[in-house]
Design a protein around this ligand. Structure first.
Ligand code: NAP
Length: 519
């Protein structure tokens, strides 16, 4: 697999020059590939998207763009087996983790393809009903949404090279915007192969999709008010990008998806021998070990009523012990290594930080027992469960440890206390609640909604159908206020608005009706 990864810009594959970043298999530390974007003409790349990709996509209707997005889903899905293998080798993913990323991506593309069909043969959206603007009924106004004239720059995090690309590209292309997609360098082997598949399939018009495999050079310095910037990654990088000169001067639309200390709350009505309790255990454990905890939506804080802490601790540890950690290429293994050495170092440092305010009750931040992994090889950190000695310690609520690490926080069992602790995360992507009682659910939802992009209520009655709080579905909003970046993605039709300008058009009713017909 070892080779040089190229970028796809201005209609061709371009290999970088200068110093190359080496990419490794996180399980074996074997060298896989290297990449560089030195020498790439980023200004030309943006111009190519604006002048070639944008007019081609804009001239299509939503239904026609939906067909293209559907073809992307199909082309990627057809290579699913190969992509799963690449994901295991280059990202340290188990087969299940790999499917979560790849199938999540194709499902999102397929969803937006259907949405395009539903919107139909139109090139713009009408927003709301006509408004009468004076006493004279002939003076009216409408709101329309039209595609911007620039390019959509997508910068993704390392943890979802397939889904990250697909969930952003699906929405932008359906909205008529050409995409410049940049995966995180460390796990770009998978994103690169997906791009090869898409280019080989020849589905999209020229300039509709470009790919940057490495640093973005001066790309962001050339953004205008007709371009957009979508970023997923750490809060610290987000801060840098938001402060970019062009972003500020040209009021470039920027959507930021950043850190989140997602919480799961167990309500006191949930009995040990109940389906809701079992669901809580299963979902919380999955959030710890799926993708080795490297999910933006993973549960980091577990709120448990004081009287139930001993029991939950015992049951959760038992549940975590069922997860075999080791070589993710093996079917029996359910948790692999972290994606990079840097990640391993960051998580280890985060664990040390938690030690000051919490007691490690399972795991100690070391590799633990591994299945078929040679000693000392691979970027492993075993599942580590803490119990807080002080539930409102800022270290627990203020620092995201992006790995298989969770902390149990005892609370009084009252919804207002749960809400207060959950909201100490200062803005999150998702919070989950396990209860069957409206007396708890209602105040919790209204108390925590202002701090969250999504709330997941787990209940025994939906246990067989629940996808858990960690699954990001295209129908539902992804994003959150504050620490989570303040962004909004997906949510069906709502996600398109980021790429469309809303304009109020007012004038003579009969004239407007000629091109803005009542729906
Ligand atoms: P990161 O280090 O911030 O990198 C994210 C992306 O930004 C990468 O593609 C990276 O490229 C790029 N980047 C870094 N510096 C840049 C710069 N100066 N200019 C332009 N691009 C730059 O984050 P990460 O380590 O990949 O991801 C982990 C973090 O992402 C966690 O904190 C997690 O919470 C967050 N995350 C959030 C979500 C969400 O939806 N809210 C989803 C997943 C992850 P290089 O790789 O080339 O440096």
């Amino acid at each position: 697999m070892a080779r040089r990864l190229a970028s796809y810009v201005c209609g061709e594959w371009v290999e970088g020059k200068g110093s190359f970043v080496p990419l490794h298999n996180p399980t074996t530390e074997e060298f896989l590939a290297e990449t560089s974007t030195e020498g790439v003409d980023f200004r030309a790349c943006l111009e190519y998207a604006r002048t070639r990709g944008n007019p081609s996509l804009r001239s299509l209707t939503f239904a026609q763009r939906g067909v293209l997005v559907g073809k992307l889903a199909k082309a990627i899905h057809e290579q699913r087996e190969e992509l799963i293998e690449i994901s295991i080798a280059s990202g340290g993913n188990t087969r299940g983790d790999a499917k979560f990323d790849i199938d999540g991506g194709t499902n999102t593309l397929a969803y937006y393809a259907k949405l395009g069909e539903k919107i139909g043969d139109r090139t713009f959206l009408l927003d709301g009903e006509p408004e009468q603007l004076s006493r004279n009924p002939r003076f009216v106004g409408r709101h329309i949404q039209t595609t911007l004239l620039g390019a959509a720059v997508h910068i993704n995090a390392f943890n979802f090279p397939a889904w990250g690309f697909a969930e952003k590209a699906a929405v932008a292309i359906l909205a008529g915007m050409p995409v410049i997609s940049k995966p995180a360098t460390s796990t770009s082997v998978l994103a690169h192969r997906i791009m090869e598949i898409v280019v080989e399939a020849g589905i999209l018009p020229d300039g509709a999709l470009q790919f940057i495999c490495g640093g973005t050079g001066d790309l962001l310095d050339h953004l205008t008010c007709q371009d957009t910037l979508s970023f997923t990654g750490s809060g610290s990088t987000a801060e840098l990008l938001r402060a970019g000169k062009a972003v500020i001067q040209n009021s470039v639309r920027a959507n930021i998806e950043a850190d989140s200390l997602n919480a799961a709350v167990l309500a006191p009505d949930v009995e040990r021998e109940s389906k809701t309790y079992d669901l809580f255990l299963i979902e919380v454990q999955r959030e710890m070990t799926q993708k080795a905890g490297q999910k933006c939506t993973a549960v980091r804080r577990i709120l448990v009523p004081e009287g139930m802490v001993e029991q939950v601790q015992e049951d959760l540890i038992q549940q975590i012990r069922t997860v075999k950690v080791g070589n993710p290429a093996l079917k029996a293994v359910r948790m692999g290594p972290l994606a990079t050495k840097r990640q391993q170092e960051d998580v280890t440092e985060g664990i040390e930080r938690l030690r000051g305010v919490a007691e490690a009750i399972h795991g100690d931040g070391s590799r633990g027992d591994l299945v078929e992994v040679p000693d000392g090889v691979g970027y492993f950190v075993g599942p580590t469960l803490f119990r807080a000695s002080q539930s409102d310690a800022p270290e627990i609520h203020g620092h995201e440890v992006f790995g298989p690490v969770q902390t149990i926080l005892p609370y009084s069992g009252k919804p207002e206390d749960a809400t207060r602790l959950v909201n100490l995360g200062a803005g999150g992507l998702v919070a989950s609640l396990y209860t069957d009682k409206v007396d708890f659910a209602e105040p919790f939802v209204f108390g925590s909604a202002p701090f969250h992009g999504r709330l997941h209520i787990g209940s025994g009655k939906i246990a067989d159908h629940s996808l858990g709080s960690g699954a990001v579905l295209p129908q539902m909003l992804h994003g959150g206020p504050g620490r989570a970046g303040g962004g909004e993605e997906l949510a069906g039709l709502r996600g398109l608005s980021f790429y469309l300008q809303r304009t109020a058009v007012q004038g003579l009713k009969t004239l407007l009706e000629k091109f803005l017909p009542p729906e």
